[in-house]
Design a protein around this ligand. Structure first.
Ligand code: ATP
Ligand code: FE2
Length: 313
């Protein structure tokens, strides 16, 4: 069985093709970029419409396949940016009607988890999903995702990007903060774990005050990383112990951070568990993960839901 997936929740338009074993046959994409300001949603939607045919053709060329080989289509139904999601949905609908293919709508966050699981051939991992918006510890309970811990306010990536802006760094700030942190010394910051959840807004306020006092960038970056990563490592460890999980899968953009991976790896080793992550091309927003999630959910129905949580899937 061949599945074609279309990703359009944010700035990336992607088309991926996978088979029913989770083998990625193509993963083409084009991301909206701009020199100034943030993303203007209508411009992003226009971008996706403009590149759609080109990216579809590229994906078919990569996979050495054509429409006649496709058995099922999937698109991301949410969560995501409202007008951009509808652009993807309407494109997917038009292609599916024209080619007479079945179409399923899938959850973008669940797709990030599923592709990581199949690529690493995992049985039953604990998931740590840390992106711009999302900071969640997730386990699978009887084929349903359960969020066992999460941020009570900001996602970690967004928090790092806000600090980056105050520190005069580029966007996204994570990679540059990681480099600065290598020259930094530790200073104490608010460590806020509430049960299985974490809170990051207190730290954001505190660090913004320290920036105004002229504390060195390097020391702030190092201390923010050490504190936030330790908070997440603590709740993840507890989740793994409670749910008796022997595998940890880290997904989301903050997972690119080497120090974060190192801390999680040590925690896993100490409890006889194994740590996994996702290769870059499948970790970013992409069509292949949507295709694979579509295969797993081929019997389900969805339209568009900009606020669709992973535990509602
Ligand atoms: P989603 O829609 O799945 O929530 P997203 O678009 O919000 O995704 P991702 O692309 O998964 O986010 O991740 C982007 C975030 O990752 C940014 O906030 C960025 O600063 C952060 N990031 C990227 N590289 C690093 C790094 N090396 N260290 C820390 N954070 C990083
Ligand atoms: Fe994403």
């Amino acid at each position: 069985m061949i599945i074609l997936g279309i990703e359009t929740t944010a700035h990336t338009f992607g088309v991926g093709i996978v088979n029913d074993q989770g083998k990625v046959l193509a993963n083409a994409f084009d991301s909206f970029t701009c020199n100034q300001g943030g993303m203007i949603l209508d411009e992003v939607a226009e971008h996706h419409k403009k590149v759609a045919e080109k990216i579809l053709t590229k994906a078919f060329a990569e996979a050495k396949l054509s429409w006649k080989d496709v058995d099922l289509m999937a698109y991301s139904a949410g969560p995501g940016l409202d007008p951009v999601l509808y652009t993807g949905y309407h494109l997917a609908q038009a292609w599916s009607e024209k080619q007479n293919k079945k179409l399923v709508g899938v959850n973008h966050c669940a797709a990030h988890l599923s592709i990581g699981k199949v690529i690493n051939q995992l049985k039953d991992p604990c998931y740590l999903y840390v992106s711009g918006v999302n900071t969640q510890v997730i386990v699978d309970e009887n084929n349903k995702y359960r969020v066992v811990g999460e941020t009570l306010d900001l996602g970690l990536g967004n928090m790092l990007d806000k600090l980056g802006r105050s520190l005069g760094l580029g966007f996204p700030a994570g990679p540059e903060m990681e480099q600065l942190a290598k020259q930094g010394k530790y200073l104490e910051l608010p460590y806020t774990v509430k049960g299985m959840d974490v809170s990051l807004s207190g730290m954001l306020t505190k660090v913004q005050q320290l920036i105004e006092k002229g504390i060195k960038k390097e020391d702030l970056c190092f201390s923010v990383q050490e504190t936030c990563f330790a908070m997440l490592t603590e709740v993840t460890e507890r989740a793994m112990a409670n749910a008796n999980k022997k595998e940890l899968l880290l997904v989301g953009g903050v997972g690119a951070n080497q120090r974060f991976c190192e801390m999680l790896k040590i925690m896993c080793k100490e409890r006889g568990a194994k740590f996994y992550k996702v290769p870059m091309d499948l970790a970013r927003d992409n069509g292949a993960m949507i295709a694979w999630e579509g295969y797993l959910r081929k019997e389900t129905q969805a339209e568009v839901n900009p606020h669709w949580r992973v535990d509602e899937v």
